[in-house]
Design a protein around this ligand. Structure first.
Ligand SMILES: Cc1cc2nc3c(=O)[nH]c(=O)nc-3n(C[C@H](O)[C@H](O)[C@H](O)COP(=O)(O)O)c2cc1C
Length: 235
């Protein structure tokens, strides 16, 4: 069996890790914790790391759109070049069994570099299908089933979770779950730190709670996947 594949994506513009580096990123700290704990439980799994916070994908351009809507066999060299980065990001997503994304909140939504990643992986004929003559639903998801998405976020303010005072203006998790569900990736888990702009005990408590939640999530998911693989090989 091919190794289980994890795709780790960091989107923070801050390069270091909170708790380790001065002014380091909380979301980088959370994705690092997730992957290290995962690897301790399942050493044979493969991890692909993509740092879009430091190397943002190019935004979609006119040439990109024209190329994406040209059938592959009719794309010339320039059209292929316009899609080369998108092709690479799509391949990483197609290969992944589990995608873990460090997604900071910038102005209530996704950082531009993470939105650029989303725009590059939502590809007609590759990750979603479209046929305007199709009866009923003209769009359909094309990602292979069984993938999982883990969103690890951080916010300066507090109250963005369900029932909180700012729930209605939190566009981060939905900014990922809506387009990923459109591609067929519907099993999602989300954990976030709050109070970055306040610091002090509330921030420390929020970090500790998020880390404990990550540990529980990793342990549960790793067990589920190991059990599933054991059952498949026994069948
Ligand atoms: C450009 C920018 C915009 C931000 N916008 C918001 C915001 O709308 N709401 C909020 O609660 N925090 C906001 N913050 C605070 C960040 O969400 C917070 O610092 C978070 O920890 C960033 O993730 P990181 O630690 O991984 O870099 C913003 C920070 C930056 C740099």
């Amino acid at each position: 069996m091919p190794p289980f594949q994890i795709l780790q994506i960091d989107a923070s513009a801050r390069p270091g890790l909170s708790g380790t580096d001065p002014r380091g990123s909380h979301t980088r700290r959370l994705t690092r914790r997730f992957v290290e704990r995962w690897r301790a439980a399942r050493l044979a799994d493969a991890v692909t790391y993509r740092d879009i916070g430091q190397r943002p994908p190019s935004p979609v351009t006119g040439a990109w759109i024209a190329a994406a809507f040209t059938p592959p066999e009719r794309r010339d060299a320039a059209a292929q070049a316009a899609l080369a980065e998108s092709d690479m990001l799509v391949q990483e997503l197609l290969r992944a069994d589990l995608v873990v994304i460090g997604a900071p909140m910038y102005n209530f939504g996704l950082p531009a570099q993470l939105k650029a990643w989303v725009d590059n992986v939502v590809r007609v004929g590759v990750t979603f299908g479209f046929d305007r003559s199709r009866p009923g639903e003209p769009y359909w998801p094309m990602l292979p089933p069984g993938k999982r998405l883990v969103i690890l976020s951080s916010r300066g303010d507090y109250g963005y979770d369900a029932g909180g005072r700012l729930e209605a203006v939190n566009l981060v998790e939905r900014g990922l779950t809506v387009p990923m569900a459109y591609l067929g990736l519907t099993e999602t888990h989300a954990i976030a730190i709050e109070y970055d702009e306040f610091g002090g005990e509330r921030l420390e408590a929020s970090i500790a709670a998020a880390e404990a939640e990550i540990d529980r999530l990793v342990d549960g998911l790793a067990l589920e996947i190991t059990d599933g693989a054991d059952r498949a090989s026994a069948a």
